[in-house]
Ligand binder design. Structure first.
Ligand SMILES: [Mg+2]
Length: 306
């Protein structure tokens, strides 16, 4: 049965939709929490889904936390969640380098402590995190000492990103055999009150521009995030639901992987955004139209309690 896209999910349709899936993948920020505050009702939704026999996963582009850090944050907010249900880009990048790139060598890391820890956990050495001060003049910068064992530059969120880090990345990437991997391309991190700070996409663009080549990105909407979950838990894509607040990452990932998609309006994207994609008729933009939308995932509660 063909269902028209971007349908308001309510009434009996909620139960019908939930009955049609075994696994639910949730984005985190703007979906189950905003910053450090759980979305009201979200812990109950997650916990009841599990109680009703659904598999639940947390899939986030944010690279600043390890799986363990996410599991701790979830527990603190009242979510019943295990470390192996969390798929953040710090962890997924390490998986990508180990299992897809089969990297033999070290990583020059533009990223966080969490990324360092996830890389170390799978046995990948890296060059360290933190500030990289500038000294000398331009010709010195072009000849900065490089670690000959580095075979990949990996870019995630790095609050210490600087001109010298960009320069060092360029010097490594002058070697065409050195890989360039980015965690995600989100351009802004939304904050409360309509404020925002630059996201990893800005840092990655700077590195791509300097290196004059494109990175392989790991995060949503790239299907690798879903592949990570699916390969570890044997998911059936026809019985999976992706829930997110962003059309260009969460919903597009779901479309790219053939999952059912649900937009929640507690975060970044609006119904008007989705309708604009739908009306465009452009095949590329149609992937950003969700199957369903809700005001908040709390709207799933009655169907789960019934
Ligand atoms: Mg989000």
């Amino acid at each position: 049965m063909a269902v028209s896209k971007c349908t308001r999910l309510n009434g009996p349709l909620i139960k019908q939709m939930l009955d049609s899936v075994d696994s639910v993948l949730f984005d985190c920020d703007g979906v189950i929490w905003r910053g450090d505050q759980a979305i009201p009702g979200a812990p109950d939704v997650i916990n009841l889904l599990k109680k009703n026999g659904k598999k639940v996963f947390f899939v986030t582009n944010n690279s600043t936390k390890t799986r363990k850090m996410y599991a701790d944050k979830l527990a603190l907010m009242g979510f019943n969640a295990a470390e192996d249900e969390v798929f953040g880009t710090a962890y997924c990048s390490a998986m990508y380098l180990k299992h897809v790139s089969r990297l033999q060598g070290k990583v020059y890391l533009i990223g966080s402590n969490a990324m360092r820890q996830e890389l170390e956990k799978v046995g990948i050495q890296q060059t360290g995190v933190g500030p990289d001060p500038i000294s000398g003049v331009q010709i010195d910068w072009a000849n900065v000492p490089l670690d000959p064992e580095v075979k990949a530059v990996v870019v995630g969120f790095d609050e210490h990103f600087s001109y010298m880090k960009l320069n060092r990345a360029l010097q490594y990437l002058n070697n065409p055999d050195c890989l360039l991997v980015g965690t995600n391309t989100d351009t802004r991190l939304p904050l409360e009150g309509g404020k925002a700070v630059p996201g990893t996409g800005c840092i990655l663009k700077a590195v791509e521009t300097a290196a004059q080549r494109q990175a392989q990105t790991v995060g949503k909407p790239n299907h690798f995030m879903y592949d990570c979950v699916a390969s570890q838990f044997g998911l059936d894509r026809t019985r999976c639901l992706m829930v997110g607040d962003r059309l260009d990452t969460d919903i597009l990932l779901g479309s790219n992987c053939g999952l059912k998609t649900l937009l929640t309006l507690t975060g970044v994207s609006t119904v008007a955004d989705a309708e604009a994609h739908q009306e465009s008729g452009c095949p590329k933009r149609l992937g950003m139209v969700p199957d369903y939308y809700v005001e908040s995932i709390a709207e799933l509660l009655p169907a789960l309690q019934g």
